[in-house]
Design a protein around this ligand. Sequence first.
Ligand SMILES: Nc1ncnc2c1ncn2[C@@H]1O[C@H](COP(=O)(O)OP(=O)(O)OP(=O)(O)O)[C@@H](O)[C@H]1O
Length: 367
Amino acid sequence: MGDLKIKKEDIIRALSTVQEPDLKKDLVTLNMIKDIELGVGEVRFTVVLTTPACPLKERIRKECEEAIHTHVDENLSVVIDMTADVTSSRVGTALLPNVKNIIAIASGKGGVGKSTVTANLAMALKLSGAKVGIIDADISGPSIPVMFGAEEMQPLVSQIDGKNMIQPIMQYGIKMISMGFLAPQDNPVPWRGPMATQALRQFFSDTHWGELDYLLIDLPPGTSDIHLSLVQLVPVTGAVIVTTPQKVALADATKGLMFFRQPQINVPVLGVIENMAYFTPEELPENKYYIFGKDGGKNLAIKYETDLLGEIPLVQSIREAGDEGKPAVMSDSIIASAFKQSAELLAQQVAIRNATKEKTKPVQVKV
Ligand SMILES: Nc1ncnc2c1ncn2[C@@H]1O[C@H](COP(=O)(O)OP(=O)(O)OP(=O)(O)O)[C@@H](O)[C@H]1O
């Protein structure tokens, strides 16, 4: 039996004074409070966040506690269970209906670390508790299998509802598909545009993804047929632009960003990640050498009114981790926290986007 004086309504009233800082509405209106239980001198409830990678988790928890102590009883013990139900704007879509968010990871120039960033963001989201998948859409130069130590793996094909479906490779709890799993890499096939597009189509329509919170698409560098095919095939939640700080990279990153902003494409740009932002020897992390220039990604984000989701340093262990097939975020280091922070900011942007913008639709443009 609960304390007779305190009712569930009192708790709800107190929690309706707590705002979700990004969505600018209170937790009760947003339907984020569940399972309120009153005990003797104690209240328990669940806060359902919009992503397990929520960077504001602790702030929300603290504000809930304070609201109850201020508006209900300062001596009440407050036990909060934080869970998440990742939001989506991809409701009712024919292709991949159980994939909540499709996020394109793009760059202008090649070699800026787009695949490295994709692998680490995916891993960080997975470590936060989300269900994550990766499509390596770089058909002629796939890097994802190596970055996950999965080059020798081969996907199985199984019959689902009478149709042959590719089962994605599962590595470190992430589902992934890449041309690297399907075609021998030492005997490269020259991929013409339509063939690459067909392969991408199969990654969506003939692969059994099941339920996912985030499906990350590692795009080839530049803007290609693949980019156009992607936005035509599926509703894309948003795009992340990866760049390095040099002028040449930034100029190309701008083109990459503007591709998504074209009125007929209209995919929201969720933010910019500046990779190789500075060099740092891992044993002396306070020493930062801006060898490629400073603040390029930040200025790009400001100019195009989007967010800077991270500045990832150039560190030897990131390259080693990629070569060893274990994304750097899996280690316990400052690098891991940099990638985790970027993943949180990305998840936050996805949640804001899903709460504020229209539903996504595939675009209809002539190729
Ligand atoms: N922050 C970093 N610190 C150290 N090495 C890095 C960093 N980011 C990427 N690298 C290394 O740089 C190389 C290129 O990275 P990656 O393959 O991720 O680039 P990419 O932009 O996806 O390339 P592509 O254009 O071929 O798709 C890899 O060897 C990777 O390990």
